[in-house]
Ligand binder design. Sequence first.
Ligand code: PDD
Length: 286
Amino acid sequence: MRTVYVNGDYVPENEAVISIFDRGFLMADGVYEVTSVLGGKLIDFEGHAARLERSLSELDMPHPCTKDEMLEIHRELVRLNGIEEGLVYLQVTRGSDGDRDFVFPDRETTKPTIVLFTQSKPGLADNPAAKRGTKVISIDDIRWGRRDIKTVQLLYPSMGKMMAKAAGADDAWMIEDGAVTEGTSNNAYIVKDGKIVTRGLSSDILHGITRAAVLRFAREAQMEVEERAFTIEEAKAAEEAFSTSASAFVMPVVEIDGVPLGDGTPGPVARRLREIYLDESLKTAI
Ligand code: PDD
């Protein structure tokens, strides 16, 4: 049984308790982070900690702990649960003032809720899906307009995954005003004329921590990067496509809406970026 963290305590997972009035539960009034663990160490922790701060500030939500405390909790859970490869999930909600009300509770008297747990994923780095490549479908992006805040409002992304599954695909890329925003739980890229193309940062997409690292490594390796919106038609005609996230790193996409890309196998740019990302991020893992 896992040990999880809830509001200051490390407890067995079946003993962790939060209120039924918690606003995360009633209103999806919460934010989260997912940090990967490789070789028992945290990948891109600084980036995830900084984005959490930003999500909390954007929603005027109190900070439950300092960055150092957060690091300590992550490390302790990784240690207690013996995680070599896997994920640490962290969620902060606006807490509970013991009733249901649309109005935010007083931040002086209502403490945020903080919960963390680990997920053991042996083989996360050596994922067979990365060798095979993934298939995506396109769906409308009907999410709210502040996708730059990492909230727990994940119903539509979950529905998107189910639509993909029903279509025999692995994931869905979302389309707004004719252009791809992002995947259900990842950022989306194509390779065109050898250039890496991905949508620029705005409130339309989550500012992926893996995205930031991958683009930095790509530029350092003299690969050309173009941050702009692209259409699904452009993607279907691209040389390659891939997605990035903390849980899948760089994941090649080999088919979009039933159309194979190139020869239908993971392309060289995606494969190289995956390798560089895994090598480089391991060097700075803590
Ligand atoms: N999802 N876009 C969306 C909508 C996401 O949910 C995620 C991450 C990303 C990639 O961000 P990052 O590189 O920081 O993981 C982009 C996480 C992994 C999840 O919900 O499980």
